[in-house]
Design a protein around this ligand. Structure first.
Ligand code: THU
Length: 133
């Protein structure tokens, strides 16, 4: 069953987006192993490459509070389409995801949500296990 609070918090976080260059708001919410939800928005910069995506803002927020395991993540970008996480964010999700089956909720609006797994959106991801080989 979809965690309604996770969805609503991602939608709410989107409102705090700082995106004067793209005007493309994104919000994310992440459930961590402490059973708390950490949120984030995209934060742009005049030096465009310094921009941080909403997913990474939310993940770094949870990690900074001592967490290390993502149990689920939800994100919303364009409210008229399904916005998937960018490649860099998929890589960061894969660093901390509890498993390959960790759920990623892609929100268009409160009633239209795609449920994906990490494996579905990031097959064959490079992880710390590869470094041990
Ligand atoms: N963006 C995100 O926040 N997450 C994504 O996964 C895709 C892109 C942001 C970055 C930038 O502020 C804006 O969307 C346009 O690329």
């Amino acid at each position: 069953m979809i965690n309604k609070e996770l969805i609503l918090k991602a939608i709410e976080a989107r409102e705090n987006a700082y995106c004067p260059y793209s005007n493309f708001k994104v919000g994310a919410a992440v459930l961590f192993e402490d059973d708390k939800i950490y949120t984030g928005c995209n934060i742009e910069n005049a030096s465009f490459g310094a921009t941080n995506c909403a997913e990474r803002t939310a993940i770094f927020n949870g990690i900074s509070h001592g967490n290390r395991l993502i149990k689920a993540i939800a994100l919303i970008g364009d409210p008229n389409a399904f916005t998937y996480p960018c490649g860099i964010c998929r890589q960061v999700i894969s660093e901390f995801a509890e498993s390959k089956d960790t759920k990623i909720y892609i929100i268009k609006n409160e009633n239209e949500i795609l449920e994906k797994t990490l494996e579905e959106i990031m097959p064959g991801t490079f992880t710390k296990e590869d470094l041990d080989k």
